[in-house]
Design a protein around this ligand. Structure first.
Ligand SMILES: C[S@@+](CC[C@H](N)C(=O)[O-])C[C@H]1O[C@@H](n2cnc3c(N)ncnc32)[C@H](O)[C@@H]1O
Length: 372
């Protein structure tokens, strides 16, 4: 069976989690790099990685990598790659990418050269002078870093954070992949009770439920490569069936949400329904000032308002202060709060037991962890 070189780009700081996730899926030659994880596998691995990955942004197949410092080198080496193995004569293949610290620094120029080189290759193979590109779409991505060119196919299509349960969203929702990572770092277990007193659209609670139940995050969506002729339908159907078999049943997980905004509460409850975890995740309107856990043990996850404008900044810090009072040091309870505020611990009122740098998009944050 044909083996592929894959790359899984991810948010900075999540490379280790992504690598462990891929190893659990039995991927081969897993290697974490800055902002991405490389691995190898066959077409079943392609399906499995798309359906089950929790923390990475997409699954790419690297068609080739080489060094290029001139336009001619870029053109000739791109043309030498076996594009006909991946692209049919009707397929659409938009090209996009980026150049970092390289002699070839113009992204639009590199985009045009790569597109032209692929077209020239396909012209000789398919004996056609013109490609209408009316068939299925196969996005080509390039990355030129320090003169090393990597050209890949985006097998996922839309980013893997799009699980298919969050159509509507509040302002500043956390990305699903980052929420899943926080649930993992908080050691959410099959029987955990998880609280989020600022639940917004419910992402942290839903991702925590997915982890507890071992639900494959991509089980309800499709992926771009499922439309490609050479990708076997059987690989996707058997990997989907295997993922369904792995869902844990009869566990005690409960997610309890609160938010001062009734519209956010409604959103959490409807998103939980779309995510098929409505029996496990429930939210009610409430101010964090009245937060009072009702269980003996619990994991509290929180993505509070950050207050990026000056006035909001003050009220965000007011909430951190309230959290410090409400998130009491207590046997059986742990607290995980993500914030970009470097003075979070002083405002909260006690130093975290552990901190971990995470990027919420481009914003550098810390996950402040309190084990009691
Ligand atoms: C950054 S958003 C959380 C987004 C959420 N993690 C998601 O993925 O959708 C912060 C949330 O805190 C809520 N909030 C603000 N002040 C609050 C308070 N005093 N008590 C409870 N919730 C509050 C806001 O309504 C907002 O939904």
């Amino acid at each position: 069976m044909q083996k592929f070189q894959f790359a899984a780009p991810c948010l900075l700081g999540l490379e280790g989690l992504v690598a462990d996730d891929l190893r659990r899926m039995d991927m081969e030659n897993v290697e974490a790099q800055n902002g991405r994880v490389l691995f190898t596998g066959d077409v079943n691995a392609l399906a499995r990685a798309n359906i089950r990955s929790r923390y990475c942004e997409r699954i790419l197949i690297e068609v080739g990598s080489f060094t290029a410092v001139t336009c001619d080198e870029l053109f000739e080496q791109t043309k030498a790659l076996p594009w006909e193995e991946f692209l049919g004569s009707l397929d659409a293949f938009p090209v996009s990418g980026s150049c970092l610290a390289s002699a070839l620094h113009s992204e639009p120029d590199c985009q045009k050269i790569i597109k032209k080189a692929i077209v020239e290759r396909l012209k000789t193979v398919y004996r056609k002078a013109w490609f209408d590109e009316t068939g299925s779409e196969c996005q080509i991505r390039f990355l030129i870093m320090k003169n090393k060119v990597s050209i890949s196919l985006n097998t996922s299509g839309e980013g893997l954070h799009k699980r298919g349960y969050r159509n509507n969203s509040v302002i500043a929702p956390i990305k699903e992949t980052l929420a899943a990572a926080i649930a993992d770092l908080a050691h959410v277990r099959p029987d955990s009770t998880v609280y989020d007193p600022c639940c917004g659209s419910g992402t942290l609670l839903i991702e925590a439920a997915y982890k507890a139940l071992n639900v494959a995050p991509g089980f309800r969506r499709t992926f771009a490569c499922e439309k490609w002729d050479w990708v076997s339908k059987e690989a996707f159907s058997s990997e989907r069936a295997a993922a369904m078999q792995m869902i844990r049943k009869g566990i005690g997980f409960t997610g309890i949400g609160g938010d001062i905004d009734p519209a956010a509460v409604e959103l959490t409850n409807s998103n939980a329904k779309k995510a098929s975890v409505a029996s496990r995740v429930k939210a009610q309107a409430g101010d964090i000032r009245d937060f009072k856990p009702t269980t003996e043990t619990g994991v509290v996850l929180c993505n509070p308002p950050y207050g990026e404008r000056l006035l909001d900044f003050k009220s965000a810090r007011e909430i951190y202060k309230i959290m410090g009072k409400k998130f009491e040091r207590r046997e059986g309870f742990s607290y995980y709060i993500i914030s970009p505020d470097e003075e979070f611990e002083q405002v909260f009122g006690r130093p975290a037991d552990k901190r971990r740098k995470l990027y919420n998009g481009m914003l550098k944050c810390q996950l402040y962890m309190y084990f009691q």
